[in-house]
Design a protein around this ligand. Structure first.
Ligand code: PCA
Length: 217
């Protein structure tokens, strides 16, 4: 979809429900703190089940409904110290714990007919740079793991590719919130305020990038 420079861009932002032993997921807490409008972007938010395949199905259903210009997915990454902007999604599910529906795929491709991997199509390095300018630790991550987050990132990019869409997509992993590490010594965490700021910056970079893409066409 090509937007005129005066048009509002639509960004779909997805978060995950809590999984494993956690009863909150920072990604969903961040979404509660982000408004429905950010600069010249309309933000549409959905919370996804931490479930293989169903998370992709819920997202593609939403893509068909609202036809977003970009999709930013967010998930929790235990033991990460910073905001991790994912560069790549790989075609494998290899779960160390079961998802919230009790599935635990091991060494199974996300899509047996799909390519080995997809690169994120959002400006990964620019997002990291802008977040760091605000003194919030962030880096490019070269693995989104092999659990539901990588699965979703791969599934979204695969859907976009297979359907010939111009929608941009990417994934950001965030650390635990402080309240999640009260009984986990030596575990990294970040404040909700910093995480929310980081995601808002990412959304602003994505919307500026979308505006540039449309004026270049
Ligand atoms: N993090 C998990 C799945 C859901 C979430 O928030 C992951 O990193 O795969």
């Amino acid at each position: 979809m090509i937007k005129g420079s005066d048009e509002i861009v639509k960004i779909l932002v997805t978060s995950f429900e809590p999984f494993g032993k956690e009863n909150i997921n920072p990604s969903s807490e961040i979404l509660k703190s982000i408004g429905d409008r950010l600069a010249d972007a309309e933000i549409i938010k959905i919370q996804l089940p931490t479930v293989f395949h169903l998370s992709i199905d819920k997202t593609t259903e939403k893509i068909r409904e609202i036809n977003p210009d970009a999709i930013l997915s967010i998930g929790q990454a235990a033991m990460r110290y910073d905001i991790g902007v994912e560069r790549i999604a790989i075609n494998i599910d290899d779960a160390k714990i079961s998802d919230t529906a009790g599935q635990q795929p091991i060494d199974i491709p996300v899509d047996p007919q799909g390519p080995i991997a997809y690169f994120a199509t959002i400006p990964v390095k620019k997002i990291v740079e802008e977040i760091r300018k605000e003194k919030i630790p962030a880096s490019v991550s070269n693995t989104a793991g092999t659990y539901v987050c990588n699965h979703l990132m791969y599934g979204i990019l695969n859907y976009i590719h297979k359907n010939g869409l111009s929608t941009k997509a990417g994934f950001i992993h965030v650390p635990y919130l402080s309240e999640q590490v009260l009984d986990k010594p030596h575990t990294p965490f970040m404040s909700l305020e910093d995480m929310t700021k980081a995601i808002s910056i990412a959304l602003r970079v994505i919307s500026i990038d979308l505006a540039k893409t449309s004026t270049n066409d």
